[in-house]
Design a protein around this ligand. Structure first.
Ligand code: 13P
Length: 365
């Protein structure tokens, strides 16, 4: 294991207030998003869309690393230039999703286990030889009645830790992603408790499996109430005056049901309790929040806490960077430039959020 290289790659992924662009949707996920916009669900459409992303002019000014899917890492621009070369030329570090997806966990109704450990060592060697320098594995934790179960949680964090050690052996920085889903009617407080429990167990397992903490990045969810959480439930559990809260919640969309500063405070509190200072960076997933809220919440964390934290607070968004661009593109060549501008805009907003300089006025320009 080349410890120094791992550490320098991990640091580079969160350097200069940049962040990661997750463009590693599996084919079924990508196709689902295309279908909603009547974009053909073909290899060529996926290739064209990914070409739009990697060739967005100046992307490397805001994005440090891009996470690719197996199909994408092997693809080229229309003129034959490999995407990997395009990224490296733009000073963007190529990364690769290496899990093979979340499947139903046997005897655990409602819970998933992420697969992909079999044969992983050989796949990592191949990806390293191709030019990837970091990898991603996503574990999915569902909050529900009696969920997550102890055994479901343990199975998922164990797999994450096994993946992370194999990555480091192969010279790839592991992005360790335990995602507590927003789906459900759970309260803000419950998300805080579950996320804390998950992260505590993640680091126990990472230590057991001898993962070098300085050579990894954590990719967690922000602490948020469930998408269908009734507002009054949240009010009671967080202990804020009910009247005051109901007034504030009245005109908000479902995923806006928490105050930006409150999300920032709870998320940072949770991370301070669980993430060792040796970890160089924490890059959040967006998880289905709107693009603007994801930026605003990351911004609030950096405004309020940046100077006191041992790790960088960055982003590793997929939907919160890509979705506006995808909606503009809609599979049409004539929309490529406008879609690229939308993508770059979101990347710039998130870089500003890392600096604590994001404002809603940025959305009007
Ligand atoms: P979202 O930002 O869309 O949640 O995706 C992040 C990701 O990489 C999921 O694995």
């Amino acid at each position: 294991m080349n410890t120094e290289k791992l550490i320098s790659t991990a640091k580079a992924l969160v350097a200069d207030d940049k962040g990661l662009l997750a463009m590693d949707e599996s084919n079924p996920t990508c196709n689902k998003r295309f279908a909603k916009l009547n974009i053909p669900q073909t290899v060529e459409a996926r290739r064209a869309y990914r070409e739009l992303i990697v060739t967005a002019p100046g992307l490397g000014e805001t994005i440090s690393g891009a996470i690719l899917f197996d199909e994408t890492i092997r693809q080229q621009k229309k003129d034959g230039t490999p995407f990997l070369k395009v990224l490296v030329d733009a000073e963007i570090i190529p990364g690769i999703k290496v899990d093979t997806g979340a499947k139903d966990l046997a005897a655990h109704p409602g819970e998933k286990i992420t697969e992909g450990l079999d044969g992983l060592r050989d796949r990592l060697i191949e990806y390293f030889q191709m030019g990837a320098r970091f990898a991603k594995w996503r574990a999915v934790i569902t909050i529900g009645d009696g969920l997550p179960s102890r055994s479901g949680l343990e199975a998922n964090v164990h797999a994450l830790a096994r993946y992370a050690t194999l990555c480091q052996e192969a010279g790839l920085v592991p992005i360790v992603e335990p995602e507590v889903l927003m789906d459900g009617d759970h309260s803000f407080e419950r998300c805080l408790k579950v996320t804390e429990e998950v992260l505590r167990n993640v680091f126990i397992q990472l230590n057991c499996q001898r993962v070098l903490l300085e050579g990894m990045i954590l990719k967690p969810n922000m602490v948020l109430p469930g998408l269908t959480c009734p507002p009054h439930k949240e009010v009671k559990e967080v202990g804020v005056g009910e009247q005051q809260y109901q007034v504030r919640l009245k005109d908000r969309q479902p995923d806006e049901s928490s105050d930006v500063d409150e999300v920032a405070d709870a998320t940072v509190k949770c991370l301070l309790r669980t993430v060792p200072a040796a970890v160089p960076g924490i890059a959040f997933l967006s998880g289905g929040q709107s693009a603007e809220l994801a930026s605003a919440r990351l911004n609030a964390m950096n405004v309020r806490f940046k100077s006191q934290l041992p790790w960088a607070l960055a982003f590793s968004f997929a939907r919160a960077i890509q979705q506006p661009a995808l909606e503009i593109w809609r599979g049409q060549e004539t929309n490529v430039k406008a879609a690229q501008q939308a993508l770059l805009h979101r990347a710039r907003c998130n870089r500003a959020a890392r600096r604590g300089e994001y404002t809603s006025a940025m959305e009007e320009t």
